[in-house]
Design a protein around this ligand. Sequence first.
Ligand code: 13P
Length: 250
Amino acid sequence: MRRKVIVGNWKMNMNLHQSQKLVSEILNGLGKESKVELILCPPFTSLFEVNSLIKNTNVKLGAQNMYFEESGAFTGEVSAEMLKSVGCEYVIIGHSERRVIFNEPDELINKKLKAALSNDLKPIFCIGELLENRENGQTIQVISNQLNKGLDGITSEEIKRITIAYEPVWAIGTGKTATPLQAQEVHLFIRESVAKKYSSSVGENLVIQYGGSVKPENSGELLSQKDIDGALVGGACLKADSFLSIIASA
Ligand code: 13P
């Protein structure tokens, strides 16, 4: 059976002190026997500290972005190896805020995925359609295109280390959630596409998370869908009580 994975994407929130406080509140509220895999993705400036706070727990650390080059004159960028050196196991790649605000094209996202994989990081690869895509009936076409371009050249061994996050852009930070049925439909399409490209067992084992206004009120129903294996949570992960309720619902 696929594991349930809950990821907290803090985005550009939480200074060092706030990060320490949030992590200790989350750790205090976590059940010891939780079967859920929990990943925290604080901003770069808190990675080192959060890593030391979660030591000796089952909580994992992820970054929100990286650059594909190993080192050099790339002012403002951070490499996969740097992320590893502060304890990251995961990295979010291709988040819609990177795609839309920072104009990251699929080709760049593909390079980042490959660089993360070759540095032993596990990518959380984000895809999702814009509102206009959905309204024009292009959701499946957009998802298919992002999958094909993002996964270009990625081997059947490498895909096993990738988690996919389906985040409809119109549902991010808007309070509008995809209905469980809308999300399930796209998740199934993603699973079938990956199965077709690689193998049915790769498709069957692929962890696909949903993201976009996930909150305690809707997480249970979303996570009970057959092909929804977890959540990528933004706003609701910034308060320990709402994040813990989402974890409990998984
Ligand atoms: P919200 O949960 O704030 O809608 O953000 C979702 C998201 O983008 C997580 O990566």
